[in-house]
Design a protein around this ligand. Structure first.
Ligand SMILES: Cc1cc2nc3c(=O)[nH]c(=O)nc-3n(C[C@H](O)[C@H](O)[C@H](O)COP(=O)(O)OP(=O)(O)OC[C@H]3O[C@@H](n4cnc5c(N)ncnc54)[C@H](O)[C@@H]3O)c2cc1C
Length: 398
């Protein structure tokens, strides 16, 4: 880099840690500031699709994740009451077609894997960002504990309620979608004779759904997530307890397997589901957003963390090239490369279509080109696909 600045990363979630690991790999100095005092193992599963796995592979994490995660054979859509199989997609094709597996895992296992790529002396816990100011030389960060820090530039990966986003663009509440995700992980032994099999099943009710699958290679931990209407959300929190009676009542007319599954589940957390429309700019000056901070999306395509991880790879590539282009241009290339793709996924995810993948992957040759291209989500490789060329950058409004 022309200026060997230290980059501050705000937030040690999936996006922040992936960015820290990727930047360190490029020889760029980073310091991560995370509000949490301690990382907790909250019960949630996560899917890492082939596009995300290609980045995780380049970070040296593929073998570790393959060893612990569950690789499902198929994704199945079923009627909520009769259990009729509406469609089934062969997930084992994914690896051959897109060059990486699609793995289901505990969120904490993914987080620990990413954390293993960032030395702890690079991470400051208990640092809740409350504000920032920038000048020509860099950025001053202010934290809730009264301390301050300076950095040459900032990558803000502080999630959907990003303080950094508000600092540079002003306040704007995310949109509550009117839906709740209950989620839990629990020992599969509690399921008794109910075997989820080698499939991830999405049960579709008239106005709600539930997805169930294993999240460990040994199939000894089960996971579910839901989308249930709820007019008014409680405050979003990673530790909001769900009421099990309410949850079971919400699925009382579902298939016996779903009811059995929820009866076995001892407890759940609930997440109000928020999103935003794609936003015009992802940063200003020396402060740039990444992950949910700039493109929060509903979870229906399982692409939120995957997109954050893609961002991490691209921003690391751009900053590694900044020796020739300078920081301003590096960030502009990052935004121009990432925004069209992330915005497209964000918009499609918002539709909560059951067949976005099926329609794309199994589309007949006669389908419109958009639908006949199966590759655009999973086929993407954030490490190798072209970055926007500097001469194609739009003139950005200041
Ligand atoms: C029900 C559900 C299921 C999902 N399933 C999937 C899936 O299968 N696959 C997938 O790819 N995605 C999935 N997602 C989306 C995914 O969880 C998010 O997109 C992803 O966590 C975004 O990562 P991030 O690093 O940008 O933000 P976050 O994960 O929100 O991390 C932000 C980090 O910043 C910290 N922070 C926040 N504010 C501050 C501050 N002021 N100062 C310092 N630190 C701060 C937080 O403590 C946190 O550590 C799902 C989401 C939901 C709700």
């Amino acid at each position: 880099m022309a200026e060997p600045v230290e980059i501050a990363i705000i937030g040690a979630g999936m996006g922040g840690l992936a960015a820290a690991g990727a930047l360190l790999q490029q020889g760029i100095r980073v310091r991560v500031y995370e509000q949490t005092e301690q990382f907790l193992r909250i019960g949630a599963g996560i899917q890492m699709s082939a596009n995300a796995m290609k980045v995780l592979r380049a970070l040296g994490l593929e073998e570790r994740l393959r060893a612990t995660a569950f690789q499902h054979r198929a994704r199945r859509h079923r009627d909520y009451d009769t259990g009729r199989i509406q469609s089934e997609f062969d997930m084992l094709k994914v690896e051959g077609k897109f060059g990486a597996p699609h793995l289901m895992m505990h969120r904490a296992d993914l987080h620990s894997a990413l954390l293993s790529k960032v030395p702890m002396e690079r991470i400051e816990l208990g640092k809740k960002l409350i504000g920032l100011d920038q000048d020509d030389d860099g950025v001053r960060l202010r934290f809730a504990d009264g301390t301050e820090a300076r950095a040459g530039a900032v990558i803000a990966a502080d999630g959907i309620h990003s303080v950094a986003r508000e600092a540079i663009f002003g306040p704007e509440q995310p949109r509550y979608t009117g839906r709740i995700a209950y989620r839990s992980t629990f020992p599969a032994a509690l399921l008794g004779d109910l075997d989820l099999g080698d499939v991830a099943t999405k049960w579709w009710g008239p106005d709600r759904h539930i997805v169930m699958y294993y999240i460990t290679a040994q199939k000894d931990e089960a996971y579910f997530t839901t989308s249930v209407p709820e007019a008014r959300p409680d405050l979003e929190s990673w530790s909001l307890k769900g009421d099990m009676d309410e949850l079971r009542a919400a699925f009382a007319d579902f298939h016996p397997d779903v009811r059995h599954f929820l009866a076995a589940c001892p407890s759940a957390h609930k997440w109000p589901i928020y999103d935003r429309d794609p936003q015009r700019n992802w940063g200003k000056g020396r402060v740039w957003l990444l992950g949910d901070a700039c493109h929060p999306m509903t979870p229906y395509m399982a692409q939120g963390a995957a997109s954050a991880i893609e961002d991490a790879a691209v921003i690391a590539r751009c900053l590694a090239d900044a020796g020739e282009t300078g920081l301003d241009q590096a960030f502009a290339i990052y935004e121009a490369t990432r925004k069209p793709r992330a915005s497209r996924i964000q918009s499609l995810s918002h539709l909560n279509k059951r067949d976005w993948m099926r329609a794309d992957i199994n589309a007949p040759d006669t389908a419109p080109k958009e639908k006949a291209e199966p590759d655009w989500v999973y086929g993407y490789n954030a490490w190798t696909d072209n970055l926007i060329k500097p001469e194609l950058l739009e003139t950005r409004a200041s």
